[in-house]
Design a protein around this ligand. Structure first.
Ligand code: GTP
Ligand code: MG
Length: 461
């Protein structure tokens, strides 16, 4: 078992070479340890929060390792809430590893993954939702992901939930007091009023939870499979969306034999694009295996781009593929509109089959219509939300589940009130709701919140 009272050390900058590399120490021994490794004109202990220049050296041999900067963040005004020292050396892996080795030899231990952030949570510098925001910010691949994660790291979700928590707590206190003091038994009016208040709260939290539909896509990205008959231009479209010559394109039907996956950001959503083998009946063993993989990609896709050829119209395989999109998110992409621009026949075809996929005409070869396609992709998976780019979306499945749990408990509590049950019944649900809400930000015990709120109450109120 590890202890949270150890002094920990880790390289904070990414692996590899760079102009500067940073080593971070955190814990009770961080300062004394750093003072043994770092020597400058001014001492760290006398200059908290000041960046000092000096030499890093081996305390045993006195041998210099590198020169650089050091700064002491005095507890509790540091990221972790403990004493933290950052050593800024040259970004050479051997130098950084040497410094870490020296720190280890003089009493530090290697930090576990995420341990600096965990300590920040344990020491209440940030809450759990903020820590998750930091994790997502570091992992962000698109600017919108980074924007959302940064606002969560600054506490946007926690701030949004705070009034709900307080309202819930007051309702609990109100009900508890009518349990304690029999003469204050709830009259029907109060029951109705509290019931309505709970319904409003549930609706509000449910609206927040509903943002997960978009938030999930923005954070995790989506699988997009490009499917269609051979030669309709799937690989050409795949290349056009990637803006790279990635997949082989020829006029020979059956060119693509295997699925090919690449990642691209489409309208700030990370998309895993999958190019697939064209669907047809074939005796060629390799091609047949490719077609099987196409169906596997189809099954995994969050969004299907069914590609058809504007010049050649539809064939029975297209009927089959159109049927495969039933109940799925899919778009009909009419390619080669540079040859024939009329989309009407495809609209009619879908009407005949009783299907209504959004339709867009493109020319992969001439790279036309791609922005329309991108817009359509974005609207299909994210509605309007990505356009307005709200600062707060629920992006984490854990948060979405806890919000759902909260909403369900609130609904049950209201039903119990309406049904005229004694206060203990709705109270149990309300406690449950508060606990679920608290788990989002990591308040493990509701007693903690209780103490804080009750401290402001005076007896007899
Ligand atoms: N005129 C025109 N030709 C296109 C367009 N897109 C693709 N093509 C041509 O259509 C042929 C087939 O293109 P691919 O992208 O290989 O088609 P595919 O659907 O991947 O074919 P398979 O891999 O065999 O299933 C090539 O000769 C392309 O140059 C387009 O927008 N307009
Ligand atoms: Mg192809």
């Amino acid at each position: 078992m590890f202890s949270l009272h150890d002094t920990i050390v880790a390289i904070a900058t990414p692996p590899g070479r760079g102009g500067v590399g940073i080593i971070r120490l955190s814990g009770p021994e961080a300062l004394s340890l750093a003072e043994r490794l770092f020597h400058g004109k001014r001492t760290l202990a006398e200059h908290p929060f000041v960046t000092l220049r000096g030499v890093f050296s081996d305390p045993d041999s006195g041998e210099a390792v590198d020169d650089g900067l050091a700064v002491w963040f005095r507890a509790p005004r540091s990221f972790t809430g403990e004493d933290v020292v950052e050593l800024h050396a040259h970004g050479a892996p051997v130098v950084l590893q040497r410094l870490v080795q020296l720190a280890l030899r003089h009493g530090a231990r290697t930090a576990l993954p995420g341990e600096f952030t965990m300590r920040a949570v344990v020491n209440r510098r940030i809450d759990l939702a903020q820590a998750e925001g930091i994790r997502d910010l570091i992992d962000a691949q698109t600017t919108y992901q980074a924007q959302l994660a940064a606002s969560q790291a600054r506490g946007a979700l926690s701030t949004r939930l705070q009034p709900a928590k307080e309202e819930l707590l007051h309702t609990i206190v109100h009900l508890e007091s009518s349990v304690e003091f029999v003469e204050e038994n709830l009259d029907t009016d109060s029951r109705v009023r509290i019931g309505e208040q709970l319904a409003r709260l549930a609706a509000d939290l449910d609206a927040l939870r509903a943002t997960f539909r978009v938030g999930r896509v923005v954070r995790q990205g989506l699988n997009l499979a490009v499917i269609g008959r051979p030669n309709v231009g799937k690989s050409s479209l795949f290349n056009a969306l990637l803006d790279a010559d990635r997949a082989i394109v020829t006029d020979v039907p059956g060119t693509t034999r295997d699925t090919l996956t690449e990642t691209a950001a489409i309208a700030d959503i990370p998309v895993r694009l999958v190019d697939t083998a064209g669907i047809r009946d074939t005796d060629d063993v390799v091609e047949r295996l490719g077609v099987e993989r196409t169906f596997a990609a189809l099954a995994d896709a969050d969004l299907i781009l069914l590609v058809v050829d504007a010049a050649r119209g539809v064939a029975p395989e297209d009927d089959r593929l159109l049927a495969e999109t039933d109940g799925r998110r899919a778009l009909l992409v009419v390619n080669k509109t540079d040859l024939v621009g009329d989309l009407e026949p495809f609209q009619k075809w879908m009407e005949e089959k009783g299907v209504a996929l959004p339709l867009v005409g493109v020319s992969a070869r001439e790279r036309r219509g791609l922005d329309d396609l991108r817009t359509l992709i974005r609207h299909t998976v994210a509605g309007d939300a990505v356009d307005s780019r709200p600062d707060l979306l629920v992006t984490d499945a854990r948060h979405a589940e806890l919000l759902l749990e909260t909403v369900e408990a609130l609904v049950r509590a209201r039903e119990a009130l309406d049904a005229g049950y004694s206060e203990e019944v709705p109270l149990a649900d309300l406690h449950h709701a508060l606990e679920a809400l608290g788990e989002i930000t990591g308040e493990v015990t509701i007693e903690g919140i209780f103490d804080r709120i009750f401290a402001t109450f005076c007896i007899g109120k």
